[in-house]
Design a protein around this ligand. Structure first.
Ligand code: FE2
Length: 277
């Protein structure tokens, strides 16, 4: 039987059922809701205020690496800039420093089973560089277009590995992940990076379009962990169902790889920790 590492290297992803208990998933969801309820919405850069809206929200995003920041669904606001629904159900995600700043997220990110998995995948040199709680609320949760995670966590050589934890059942109806088995052998298409003059850009590395052929739905139960190779093309559809599809994800890189200063996400690399608390 192939080892986990061999299977991961062959397919570019792993689906690990019953990785977390329902209670562990519930604790993270409850904490996310608490953080959202304490979040001061007044003056948030996602709310249209000035003609410099794009720059304001770009800056908020770029500076979110070592913070707990809140991001809205693009359809959350009406034409006058007011939220159409309640605040919690208007959120797309919270990120990107949850794993370092919050005890509940830290415990989930560095659980005993996570330490074991990192060991099995020979990730001794890896650090957790970002985390996100992704809400994908019923009816409003938006599409995530096909991408490779290494686009957003570019290293030389390529080392990014993502861990996507289903906090609730993920189905085709509520917007589960879709991925292409073996697709991680394709080249990296683009690099999301900072521009010298400020702001960000999607810098094209390879023009080859993604082929949707061979994409399969990863329908998983609450408590499942999906491991994603940084080069594996994947996407998720909008949640048009009546059931939310909350997930938590962390992204990791090898600390010995080169992490360019142009990357959108800049952290103090010396302060980043692996899977020990
Ligand atoms: Fe992704």
């Amino acid at each position: 039987m192939a080892s986990l590492l061999q299977q991961f290297q062959q397919d570019g992803y792993l689906v690990l059922e019953n990785f977390n208990t329902p209670a562990e998933c519930d604790a993270v969801m409850q904490r996310g809701e608490e953080l959202a309820s304490n979040f001061n919405f007044d003056g948030h850069p996602s709310v249209f205020q000035t003609t410099d809206q794009a720059k304001t929200s770009d800056d908020y995003f770029i500076n979110s690496g070592d913070k707990i920041s809140f991001f809205f669904e693009k359809d959350a606001f009406d034409t006058t800039g007011k939220l159409k629904g309640d605040l919690f159900h208007s959120l797309n995600k919270i990120g990107h420093g949850l794993h370092d700043l919050d005890d509940v997220f830290n415990a989930f990110s560095r659980s005993p089973q996570m330490k074991q998995l990192a060991h099995d995948l020979e990730m001794d040199n890896y650090v957790i560089i970002q985390s996100m709680q992704i809400f994908k609320h019923a009816k409003i949760g938006g599409v995530v277009d096909t991408h490779q995670d290494s686009t957003f966590l570019y290293t030389e050589p390529d080392t990014c590995i993502g861990f996507w934890f289903a906090l609730e059942d993920a189905t085709k109806e509520n917007g589960c992940l879709w991925a292409k088995p073996g697709g991680h052998t394709e080249p990296l298409r683009s690099w999301f990076r900072k521009k010298d003059e400020g702001g960000t850009e999607m810098f094209i590395l390879n023009e080859e379009p993604y082929s949707m052929e061979g994409m399969i739905p990863l329908e998983v139960k609450k408590g499942t962990c999906i491991v994603l190779h940084g080069l594996l093309p994947h996407y998720s559809l909008p949640n048009t169902s009546g059931k939310s599809r909350q997930a938590y994800s962390i992204h990791t890189i090898d600390r010995t790889a080169t992490y360019p200063k142009k990357n959108w996400l800049q952290r103090d690399m010396h302060s980043l920790k692996g899977f020990s608390k």
